[in-house]
Design a protein around this ligand. Structure first.
Ligand code: C2O
Ligand code: CU
Ligand code: CU
Length: 529
């Protein structure tokens, strides 16, 4: 059987390596040489879509173990026609939708809202067309990114189910150790071996929001540590995804683009540069970089600070006001925006300032990114005042307790470009080879090193989150002093992390989350033992 990887390697010989488009930004001028360019779409023409919350269904029979108190859900994975902009014909997307809430939109997928400790059984039905042509492959592996779950529930890239088949996933929000205070903004997406990039680009990604006793999801109900963060509907998850659209509205995916697919159109929750009506009060935003290869630096057009409270792995110790937030692929940031004293009628644009012209990565490096552009992502239109019982706390959590003993093991992984693809420690991904076998509950020290060549690699580890101990020999910047499960390696970067895998033994993966790099084999298997 010819795999996509063979096909792509062949493609590389026919001149892929010399194909180096400079991507331009819609609404930003400066186009030079991209093969397909999206039609111009005027910004702020559509309201920010908010995906519906997935509702419980009556218990169904399953072969999996069902814990007492389990909440059941049913998701259909379907192809749909969805509007990204009023001036653009509808776009064919693949998405995740609540089986009992048929909606016009399913990308991003419908949002799960969970409470830590509640067991959840989710049945996914693969209803994608079996005879699909074009980019993307309709065999599914669903990964709850950021979740601590059994190997069989983790979307291992070869654990797939085909069109017409269903699969049950047990997504229980287990407690990990004392460092696991929130892990509040998870997401779920397809993880099919070799085709994750195409399938995620096709639309297969959604949010999984998790609350707990500390972070209750109700600003009128302080958590056990007294937190009263802005709560729904003032707690808003947004996913940033760059795309290229053909004039007929269809998605353009470049099968010859192995460095990482960049788009020239900036979508937020499945709308091109939408607006969002806010009221004069505090909001909590959870931003996910759900792009294939683009890194962003976020800033507000009026210079207002974004008060960061968390990362993808949990809370910072203290809220941190920031002017620019660098966010790599698959990372999440949580911040509070306070519109209380902003005059009604004000328009504030969340912008991307980071210049990036190809899948290699942005210009500049981690410490000095090139903030040479201003690309509107979403405009906040400030309305009238609204009641607000939320509080920006002075402190979000206790400092992490010191480890009682030194790491029991050290591992070093170097991420390198090789033969037109990408390797970890000189090896391509092989699902049958175990690249590390950490023992559950051991504390290990892992080092990730970017092997160079100007490439950026956002590296993600499944099963448990980690703590960044050092970045290039120095303590990490304050915004990385929280639990993380994805770390951005800029050119030449070397990062040390404290790892502690918890609760489950089995096979898992770690990989570059530039999904084209992932598919071209920058992935390793580890077995927790
Ligand atoms: Cu977000 Cu292994 O994936
Ligand atoms: Cu993951
Ligand atoms: Cu990479």
């Amino acid at each position: 059987m010819t795999t996509r990887r063979d096909f792509l390697r062949a493609g590389l010989l026919v001149g892929g390596a010399s194909f180096m488009p400079r991507w331009a930004f819609a609404n930003d001028g400066g186009f030079s040489g991209q093969l397909v360019r999206s039609p111009f779409l005027r910004p702020f023409a559509m309201a920010l879509p908010i995906p519906p919350v997935v509702q419980p269904v009556p218990p169904f029979a399953t072969r999996r173990d069902v814990l007492p108190g389990t909440v059941f859900h049913e998701i259909r994975i379907r192809e749909r026609q969805q509007q990204f902009h009023p001036d653009l014909p509808p776009t064919t997307v693949w998405g995740y939708e609540d089986a009992n809430q048929p909606q016009a939109r399913n990308s991003p997928g419908h949002t799960f809202v969970g409470k830590q400790g509640t067991p959840r059984m989710v049945r996914f039905h693969n209803e994608l067309p079996a005879d699909h042509r074009g980019f993307g492959v309709p065999n599914m592996a669903v990964h709850r990114h950021g979740g601590n779950q059994e190997s069989q529930d983790d979307g291992f890239p070869l654990d797939i189910f085909h069109p017409g088949e269903s699969r049950d996933f047990s997504w229980t929000d287990h407690r990990e150790d004392e460092r696991d205070i929130t892990q509040g903004t998870l997401w779920y997406h397809d993880h099919l071996v070799d085709f994750t990039a195409q399938n995620v680009y096709h639309g297969l990604a959604g949010f999984y929001i998790r609350y707990n006793d500390v972070d209750t999801g109700d600003e009128n109900q302080p958590g056990t540590t007294g937190l009263r963060l802005p709560s729904p509907p003032f707690d808003v998850a947004i996913v940033l995804q760059d795309r290229v659209f053909n004039a007929d509205g269809s998605l353009f995916y470049d099968l010859n683009q192995h460095d990482g697919m960049l788009g020239d159109t900036f979508t937020v929750n499945g709308a091109a540069q939408p607006f969002f009506r806010v009221q004069r009060r505090k909001y909590r935003f959870r931003v996910l970089n759900g792009s294939n290869a683009r890194i962003y630096s976020l800033a507000l057009s009026n210079g207002m600070p974004m008060v960061q409270i968390g990362t993808e792995g949990g809370f910072l110790e203290f809220p941190l006001p920031r002017q620019d937030i660098l966010i790599g692929v698959a990372e999440r940031v949580e911040f509070i925006l306070d519109f209380t004293n902003v005059p009604t009628g004000t328009q504030i644009v969340l912008e991307n300032r980071l210049r990036q012209d190809d899948g290699r990565g942005p210009s500049g490096d981690f410490a000095n990114p090139d903030l040479g552009v201003r690309i509107p992502l979403v405009r906040f239109d400030v309305g009238g005042p609204a009641p607000d019982n939320s509080v920006i706390p002075t402190r979000l959590r206790d400092p992490f307790p010191p480890d009682p003993f030194p790491p029991v093991n050290r591992r070093r992984f170097e991420f390198v470009r090789s033969n037109g693809a990408w390797q970890i420690n000189d090896k391509f991904f092989n699902a049958d080879r175990v690249d590390a076998n950490p023992r559950v509950d051991d504390i290990e020290l892992w080092t990730f090193k970017n092997g160079g060549g100007g490439w950026w690699h956002p590296i993600h580890v499944h099963l448990s989150s980690f703590e960044i101990l050092r970045r290039n020999g120095a303590p990490p910047p304050p915004w990385e002093r929280a639990m993380k499960e994805t770390v951005l390696l800029g050119p030449g970067d070397e990062v040390d992390m404290r790892m502690k895998f918890q609760n489950f033994r089995g096979r898992y993966v770690f990989h570059c989350h530039n999904v084209e790099h992932e598919d071209l084999a920058m992935m390793g298997r580890f077995d927790s033992i």
